[in-house]
Write a protein that binds this ligand. Structure first.
Ligand SMILES: C[S@@+](CC[C@H](N)C(=O)[O-])C[C@H]1O[C@@H](n2cnc3c(N)ncnc32)[C@H](O)[C@@H]1O
Length: 518
């Protein structure tokens, strides 16, 4: 008992000393080194004592500029911001907050000045600040009263004319003060049906970062399945309050368990689709703080894993009541899609492999570099086979049957026909064939070998068919374990060139890496 009291006293003193250092602005790294505590420990202590999860206690909110310099709207499906953005009061001290470039792009693309934007996971108020700057009305709610207090400070600034560019002054936007309130995203009872022009929100991810000290209703404490169940209430409410024909953008990332990936992004997309939404865009948001050299490089090869370096920004749309689509894209009819099989032996070279989940290669040797990375990383010097889905117009379909008896280490399925506007029926056929082929081929893959599927999203009649998600949905075989979801894209020099279609240009593909377990 006495010992417990002594321990308690020591721990209290330790915590007070840590908080004092935080107030002085000492870095977490230095605090960890000095007091022998982990980053997690410091994070929990701050959340407990301050009621919210912030990295820095002393932050200057002095405004240097109100808008980002050289901002251009994103035009493709890969969004990448090297700096997180520190214009207006954006400082990034709230943990897990999103870069203001994301809501800025979404707001500019999918709403007009004077329209009403809802963010039901307000956090430090990044979306609300952007709405104020861009002349949109905003309702932002958060379960945590302390987060709302911080957001109130962040939206409390004047739009002084010395901070405005000539173009801003010319456009003479009306300023609307955001409405911030404590509330629960699962119960938007105070909002009428069909009353919101745009939803733009960034949920906590299933039990990854905790935002409160276990406040009731804080979704950051729910584990995967419960999190998705609760998010289905949020999705239903979103569908109810959004006006027909309007958009709802949600940022979500994957997570890892036991060195395998949990496709949280695709699972959450299903939750919103089940609520009645259609998928208008599926944007990949790159993360830039990933280490790819030295220690990380060696361990990525040694333990065969990639650092998660992307998140998903699905942009859903509530269909118009008539069900009529305002765009019609022509799908080519290919006849059958035929897989062909090729088998080779490999010389494995491990130099210069990609170490994160985002692979970017020059356009002139994109396919070659992608193949090299897949084969060098996943064939482990053993044999590999590729199956390629090509298209042709003849009515004959001849599927290659495997004749060889020896086992391979890697089966690589490629689908180049997808880049040529396939039709719905091509896609349904492709998915059925993929499942059939994989079931047939698995016995020929070594234990601990890999199956890699290269696929991509396609747009049909104005909506995205998210094929990587659909493949993950159908491959529920017990002996396949999803190891990585990799995004591959070409070096894109002109990503901001304008695009008048109203849709983003799809510039990324996926590699779904499955480990074969027997
Ligand atoms: C990822 S953060 C949002 C960060 C925000 N985009 C920003 O830039 O500051 C998720 C937020 O959801 C809040 N939250 C958790 N459960 C909630 C719920 N049931 N209803 C509303 N907000 C909730 C957390 O308090 C946290 O502030």
């Amino acid at each position: 008992m006495i010992n417990q009291k002594v321990d308690f006293k020591i721990e209290k003193e330790l915590q007070e000393a840590i908080l004092q250092e935080k107030r002085r602005g000492t870095s977490d790294l230095e605090i960890g080194r000095r007091f022998g505590v982990t980053f997690r420990y410091i994070e929990r202590l701050i959340t407990k004592t301050h009621g919210l999860n912030i990295s820095t206690l002393r932050v200057s909110k002095k405004i240097k500029r109100l808008h980002p310099e050289d901002f251009k709207e994103e035009q493709t499906t890969v969004w990448s911001f090297k700096q997180r953005g520190n214009w207006a009061t954006h400082r990034g001290e709230y943990r897990g907050n999103w870069s203001p470039y994301i809501p800025r792009n979404v707001i500019l693309k999918y709403s007009k000045p004077g329209e009403l934007v809802l963010d039901y996971f307000c956090g430090a108020g990044t979306t609300a600040v952007e709405c104020k700057l861009l002349g949109r009305k905003c309702i932002a709610i958060d379960i945590n009263d302390k987060a709302i207090e911080l957001a109130e400070k962040n939206v409390d600034f004047k739009i002084a004319s010395q901070h405005l560019t000539f173009a801003d002054k010319e456009s003479r936007l009306e300023v609307y003060e955001p409405e911030l309130r404590v509330g629960d995203a699962r119960e938007l009872y105070f909002l009428q049906d069909n009353s919101i022009d745009l939803i733009c929100a960034h949920p906590p991810y299933a039990n990854i970062i905790h935002y409160t000290d276990s406040k009731e209703g804080d979704l950051s404490f729910f584990d995967l399945d419960d999190f998705l169940k609760e998010m289905s209430k949020v999705a239903r409410e979103s569908f109810r309050v959004l006006k027909p024909g309007r958009q709802c953008a949600i940022l979500i990332g994957d997570t890892r368990r036991e060195k395998h990936v949990i496709p949280l992004g695709f699972k959450l997309i299903n939750v919103y689709l089940n609520a009645g939404f259609k998928l208008r865009e599926l944007v990949i948001k790159r993360q830039h703080n990933c280490k790819t050299t030295g220690f990380w490089y060696e361990n990525s090869i040694k333990y065969n894993f990639l650092l998660l370096a992307h998140e998903y920004l699905p942009i859903f749309e509530k269909p118009k009541a008539t069900g009529l689509l305002n765009t019609k894209e022509r799908g080519l009819n290919y006849g059958f899609v035929t897989p062909t099989l090729k088998k080779s032996l490999l010389k494995r070279r491990l130099g210069k492999l990609e170490t994160t989940t985002v692979w970017i290669f020059p356009a002139n040797n994109f396919e070659e570099r992608l193949n090299k990375n897949v084969i060098d990383r996943y064939s482990d010097g053993g044999g590999y086979s590729t199956i390629t889905f090509i298209s042709h117009n003849s009515r004959e379909s001849k599927f290659t049957k495997r004749m060889e008896k020896e086992k391979i280490k890697l089966l690589f399925i490629k689908s180049p026909f997808l880049s040529n506007s396939p039709s719905y029926s091509n896609i349904e056929y492709y998915l059925k064939e993929i499942k059939k082929i994989i079931t047939q081929q698995i016995p020929y893959i070594n234990k601990d070998g890999f199956l890699v599927i290269q696929t991509q999203d396609v747009r049909i009649e104005g909506y995205i068919e998210p094929l990587a998600k659909r493949v993950v949905d159908i491959l529920t075989l017990d002996n396949l374990w999803l190891k990585e979801i990799i995004v591959a894209t070409q070096e894109w020099t002109d990503s901001n060139s304008s695009n008048s279609t109203g849709y983003l240009k799809i510039v990324h593909q996926y590699l779904l890496v499955y480990e074969v377990r027997k």
